[in-house]
Design a protein around this ligand. Structure first.
Ligand SMILES: [Zn+2]
Length: 166
């Protein structure tokens, strides 16, 4: 392949979406504030680039699509909570998950929560978590490592966060 050439494969589908609740804290010059709990219809796209393999494609479309769907489905109609936030405390029991931030407190049914190992449930860090989870799944399934992976997460119409790795 000429060195100036690069192939990309991109997958985004109407069903590669999930509706979920979250809130983040925002560190302002006047002090840290906490958003009200709210939700988004998050849309996800994956893009892979690199050389062509022996089948003359960059990566298997179906494997990308199905693995992404399997990662997103458990997030749908859930409350997304960060476990690595420096000041949001998340304690999950068999029935209830309690969340505390300064004097505020929320309690959710545990089976309606997804605890993510991120500092904040921003679209950026959700994109990274999806990308790293996708990498782990594909490697476990015996696929070759994707040369260049890019995950895009749309939080609101026209507002995308993008994570990529070489
Ligand atoms: Zn939000």
């Amino acid at each position: 392949m000429p060195s100036s050439e690069r192939f990309h494969v991109r997958v985004t589908k109407d069903h590669l979406v999930f509706s979920a609740g979250h809130f983040i804290t925002i560190d302002l010059p006047t002090g840290e504030i906490c958003e009200r709990l709210h939700g988004h219809n998050w849309r996800v796209a994956v893009e892979v680039s690199g050389p062509l393999d022996r089948n003359q494609y960059v990566f298997d479309f179906i494997a990308l699509r199905d693995n992404l769907q399997a990662i997103l489905d458990p997030l749908d109609h859930r409350m997304l909570l960060p476990t690595l936030h420096p000041s949001i405390r998340v304690e999950s029991g068999p029935l209830e998950t309690e969340v505390r931030y300064t004097s505020r407190r929320w309690v959710f049914p545990s089976d309606e929560c997804v605890l993510l190992p991120v500092e904040q449930t921003t679209a950026e860090l959700i994109a990274r978590w999806i990308g790293q989870t996708l990498d782990d799944r594909l490697i476990r399934q015996g696929w070759p490592r994707i040369p260049h992976l890019r995950i895009e997460v749309e939080e609101n119409f026209g507002q995308w966060a993008i994570w990529e790795r070489q």
